[in-house]
Design a protein around this ligand. Structure first.
Ligand code: GLN
Ligand code: ZN
Length: 796
């Protein structure tokens, strides 16, 4: 038996829980406050009420109220912003919002998140390879770190007052700095200036020594209120950052030596440092050596560490993330238990019983919905296979019981899990011979089109477009009337015929408008789509959609991912009638509009029983049939959107090549059925290419539209350097802002693009779809866009 001096961690815990509320209560409360419909007090009361109910729920599910097994990870917007604010790392352009102690009130916090007038908000970017987005802290050589906020203690005390001892959660120092962006110090006199480029060679990690005292103060503050544990999250240790690994590990060693060895308990809480989202074997011994009381590892994305690593963990409690925090399937409890036992075998004898090994989720449960029980319309068999957050809490508890008391002690849970697995394995929709035979018969020829030169010549002949053709990315504003009609149709108040008629009318309006604007390649406007992925999920076999399965995407923005549970097939054409209708209304070419296979996977919960590559091929085949049918219906231009191509890129560089091979292969499989004269477009939604630039070329689309307005065409030289020589439509109208760009501004961007792209390959289009904008912005903006294209055309 090891003699543990730290307080015990419970045998079962979760790394985090959803924050938005089972009915998106927090979103509603925050947005109502933003809109001025409620007071700050109302918002605080709603949030406190939500936190109280969530703690109660977790206790009801079986987490103990008194042993720090319940994480305290509430946030009004984003956990990284919370940490930045706690450490005083607020950019100088928001300095006027701080009080004398450097603290920010809640309205000020929202301002940093959302911007104000000329002051841009913090940038937002993806949280690892998830669909959650965090706000990127800005760190300069002068950022003044100090403990500036008492929210962490306040939340701990709020729970304690109700008899629940929680475990506060804060982003750890190394991850905090790695996630941050290096900026120049700003002149605070000129408050509105956005952050400028940092001095040569400066990285936020250079500020480690300066940020640590703020963490030390936080530890003492938490010790002062009696918090037994603090969870300091270090997920960034599972990622390649382009910083030498030795430097990252040295930073970990230094940081945690200061926090753990140079401060004492109980003046500080015991430290639990989970490294989630991937394997990081090399970091665990460093953390243990530095003296943290518990380390966490992701057993779902990473394996059981080697015996050598485990033997170096000394006294540290090991918290094993055995239940997937990122997907919605019931855990194979027997397989998970086996892994836990394998892990235990590498630890000192009796580790689990002694409290040396605990069971947890692999990541926070913020990435999954609350409760399968809230779904009333799912097929009961399918729902029996699913575990949302609440079901995952129960799984963690069952595994902990089995690990400490033997499998028999959790017999019921294990038997139910095995039954459900069997029912899933045997379900005829999960493995369909027709789908599998088709995938098995594929050859490289199915992924290849004729050479581009040949295609370009054939397309030029049928399409007869001017140089610098103008088009849009697909969606037009989703007006109140469209949304109302869809809701009424959903409630059964509008018949299918009435709904279809309303959408056809809308398509006609959008086509007329585009003709009037003088655009060259028209779209139908996508009024019939609630969401570019869910729409296809609703129309393909193998998918299900939920009623309440919301997850936070960023801030108050939530999405409801579809669930891809079985083999995918297309029972009938999906988009053809809408596109045919649009084409019948005009002599101009109309562009068909599909969501690509990679994006459909990225924005859905995907099956976990086969490689993503296999699932992607099935989705691609369904889309391939749609491409063929669109072409047969006379649609000569077809766009297949892949805005998430980069999003699924694996965290570790060593896995990039394999990912790009199957993802590019899936896109090509979906599109290569098109005849040479059919013009295939794709659309990508980001402006930093980095590692995917070669893949964009490999997609072999005839035309690629891509976000570029804000970066002022930065992508074009990069594309050129990568040898890209097909059609490209760099966005010349930033649709993320309500601003209407002037004709001159757009013309300047088009002219800039024309400097690096030959006119026969250059397209003129907005950055992205227009669905979130209003017609009062879209109409003048597109008018300016068309006029700008004409102006630059005339100068050619
Ligand atoms: N065709 C889609 C639209 O216009 C593309 C959206 C996207 O790239 N996210 O809305
Ligand atoms: Zn886009």
């Amino acid at each position: 038996m090891t003699d543990r001096t730290a307080p015990q961690l419970p045998a079962a815990t979760i790394l985090g829980y959803p924050r938005i509320g089972p009915r998106r209560e927090l979103k509603r409360a925050v947005e109502s406050f933003w809109a001025g419909r409620s007071e700050l007090d109302d918002l605080q009361i709603a949030a406190a009420d939500l936190r109280r109910r969530q703690r109660g729920r977790l206790v009801d599910l079986g987490l103990a109220p008194d042993d720090a097994s319940i994480p305290c990870d509430f946030t009004f917007y984003d956990q990284v912003l919370d940490t930045a604010v706690t450490l005083g790392a607020v950019p100088p352009r928001f300095a006027h919002l701080l009080d004398d102690d450097g603290a920010l009130d809640l309205p000020g916090y929202f301002t940093v998140a959302r911007g104000e007038g000329e002051r841009p908000p913090l940038e937002m970017t993806k949280w690892f390879d998830t669909n959650y987005h965090y706000l990127v802290p800005e760190i300069s050589p002068q950022t003044r770190f100090r403990l500036s906020d008492d929210r962490v203690e306040r939340l701990f005390l709020e729970a304690a007052a109700e008899g629940v001892t929680t475990r506060p959660v804060v982003v750890g120092p190394v991850t905090f700095l790695l996630l941050s962006k290096a900026v120049a110090a700003e002149d605070p006199g000129d408050g509105a200036a956005p952050a400028a480029a940092p001095p040569e060679g400066f990285t936020p990690l250079d500020r480690l020594e300066d940020v640590l005292p703020a963490y030390v103060d936080l530890l003492h503050a938490l010790g002062g209120v009696g918090a037994p544990w603090l969870q300091l999250e270090e997920p960034a240790l599972a990622v390649d950052w382009g910083v030498p690994r030795e430097r990252v590990l040295a930073a970990v060693e230094r940081a945690y030596t200061v926090l753990a060895a140079e401060t004492t308990r109980p003046e500080r809480p015991a430290l639990f440092v989970p490294v989630a989202y991937g394997p990081a074997e090399d970091a665990l011994p460093v953390l243990a050596r530095a003296g943290v009381e518990a380390v966490g590892l992701d057993l779902v994305r990473g394996g059981v560490p080697s015996g050598e690593v485990l033997s170096q963990l000394g006294d540290a409690v090991v918290v094993a993330g055995a239940v997937d925090g990122r997907n919605v399937w019931r855990t194979d409890l027997d397989a998970a238990l086996e892994r836990l036992q394998e892990l235990e075998a590498g630890l000192p004898a009796g580790a689990a019983r002694d409290g040396g090994l605990c069971v947890a989720t692999s990541t926070s449960l913020q990435h999954v919905p609350y409760d399968v029980g809230a779904e009333t319309r799912l097929d009961p068999q399918l729902s029996s296979w699913l575990a949302f957050a609440d079901q995952k809490v129960e799984e963690v508890l069952a595994l902990a019981t089995a690990l400490t008391q033997g499998r028999d002690a959790a017999k019921g849970a294990f038997a139910a899990a095995a039954d459900r697995r069997r029912s899933r394995l045997e379900h005829p929709g999960v493995r369909r011979a027709d789908v599998r035979d088709r995938v098995a018969a594929l050859t490289d020829a199915d992924r290849s089109r004729a050479p581009f030169a040949e295609r370009a010549a054939a397309q030029a002949e049928v399409l007869d477009l001017p140089p610098l053709p103008t088009t849009t990315i697909g969606s037009f504003p989703q007006t109140v009337e469209i949304r109302r009609a869809r809701a009424a149709y959903g409630r059964g108040e509008l018949s299918a015929e009435e709904y279809t008629a309303a959408m056809r009318e809308e398509i006609e309006r959008v086509v007329r408008l585009q003709e009037d604007l003088g655009l060259d390649v028209l779209v139908h406007g996508e009024p019939e789509r609630n969401d570019m992925v869910q729409y296809f999920a609703e129309n393909l076999e193998g998918f299900a959609v939920t009623e309440n399965g919301w997850v936070q995407s960023y801030g108050t923005r939530c999405t409801r991912p579809s669930i891809l549970w079985g083999d995918v097939a297309r029972p009938a054409p999906i988009t053809v009638e809408w596109s045919r209708h649009a084409a019948s209304l005009t002599d101009k070419p109309v562009k068909g509009m599909l969501t690509g296979p990679v994006t459909i996977l990225a924005w859905s919960f995907v099956r976990d029983d086969q490689p993503l590559a296999d699932t992607a091929a099935q989705v691609a085949l369904a889309l391939r049939d749609e491409v063929a049918d669109l072409e047969a219906a006379g649609i000569g231009v077809i766009q297949v959107d892949e805005p998430a191509l980069r999003e699924l890129l694996p965290l570790r560089a060593e896995h990039h090549a394999a990912y790009l091979e199957w993802s590019v292969g899936a896109f090509r499989l979906a599109t290569a059925v098109a005849a040479p004269a059919t013009q295939v477009h794709t659309h990508l939604c980001y402006s930093e290419f980095g590692e995917v630039i070669g893949a964009i070329d490999a997609l072999d689309a005839d035309v690629t539209s891509i976000e570029a307005a804000r970066s002022r065409m930065e992508v074009l030289p990069e594309l050129q350097a990568a040898g890209f020589a097909r059609g490209v439509g760099p966005g010349v109208y930033d649709i993320h802002s309500p601003r209407v760009p002037s004709e001159e501004e757009v013309a300047e961007l088009v002219a800039l693009a024309a400097e690096s792209v030959p006119p026969q390959l250059l397209w003129v289009n907005p950055d992205c779809g227009l669905k979130t904008r209003g017609y009062d912005e879209v109409e003048p903006s597109l008018r300016h866009l068309v006029a700008a294209a004409q102006k630059v055309r005339a100068q050619l």
